[in-house]
Design a protein around this ligand. Sequence first.
Ligand code: SF4
Length: 70
Amino acid sequence: MAAVAKGNGEEPTCEQCYFRKKMLCALDLEKPCVSFRADRPEGLSPPRQPVLLMRPPRWVSDPDRADAAA
Ligand code: SF4
């Protein structure tokens, strides 16, 4: 499995993982896996998602269809 990168440059460890702390992990890996979730006081939080950017509708850039829509 791939190692997990952390934003501040510090490598997370399995000892910091929510699943290890709650004894929910049965994996014995050298590095944290992609399922790593930091154990925080507020509990399990979902991973950060990329921002969804909306594109303008296709007909905006298609002059033939823009005329038909107007
Ligand atoms: S889920 Fe992954 S990161 Fe978390 S303790 Fe298990 S192996 Fe480590």
